[in-house]
Design a protein around this ligand. Structure first.
Ligand SMILES: Cc1cc2nc3c(=O)[nH]c(=O)nc-3n(C[C@H](O)[C@H](O)[C@H](O)COP(=O)(O)O)c2cc1C
Length: 180
């Protein structure tokens, strides 16, 4: 699969077939995240790879909506960045996420980005003060400050690849030439 083919084939997959991800395949996905360009060469990204089923299901409860894919995921990779060491930690984490998603796609592993940064397990309300998704995940995975959670990559085996995007999906209106 070429990089272009992987870009077209990558789709957000939120339901998996319950099979475990073979170790050598998961290791390849992780490797794709370990080799990344980094703003000011700070390399602030850390990965927490979770395969324990109970822990993955607990992560699904860390965000009020949009984390349902973790209910059937075989693995979850929390992508955190050192926010004190690197002002580009969000960008660096996003690159790591993207590279792992493309490699997972190439290897036939279903994957979906689960946004955690700026998301909440509970908004402020009658039940009490707001709880950020970062704090909820931190309580489970135990990473210290100044690390901040960008996202969790949800991974699982699938029986069939979803329909790839075609070039017709390309957003023609987003490209401006010479001036906006
Ligand atoms: C930064 C980012 C955050 C996302 N967060 C979530 C999320 O929390 N939950 C979810 O189900 N999908 C999430 N997605 C997946 C998008 O919904 C998906 O990429 C979009 O609908 C386009 O579909 P496609 O990925 O199949 O091309 C996220 C994608 C990105 C890039």
């Amino acid at each position: 699969m070429t990089v272009k083919e992987a870009i077209l084939a990558r789709r957000s997959v939120r339901k998996y077939n319950g099979q475990p991800i073979p170790k050598e395949i998961l290791d390849e996905i992780i490797l794709a995240g370990q080799i990344y360009p980094s703003s000011k060469s700070k390399f602030p990204v850390q990965l927490i790879v979770v395969e324990d089923e109970a822990t993955i299901r607990a992560l699904a409860g860390c965000k009020a909506a949009g984390a349902g894919m973790l209910k059937s995921a075989a693995a979850a990779i929390a992508v955190i960045g050192d926010a004190e060491a690197a002002d580009g930690w969000v960008e660096d984490c996003s690159i790591v996420m993207t590279q792992m998603m493309l490699r997972a796609t190439e290897l036939g592993v279903g994957n979906c980005w689960c946004q955690m940064r700026m998301r909440f397990q509970r908004e402020e309300g009658p039940e009490g003060p707001a709880v950020s998704a970062d704090d909820a995940v931190r309580a489970i995975l135990g990473y210290p400050e100044p690390y901040k959670l960008e996202a969790v990559l949800s991974l699982g085996m699938i029986d069939e690849q979803p329909e790839p995007h075609t070039e017709a999906y390309a957003k023609a209106e987003m490209v401006h030439r010479e001036k906006f």
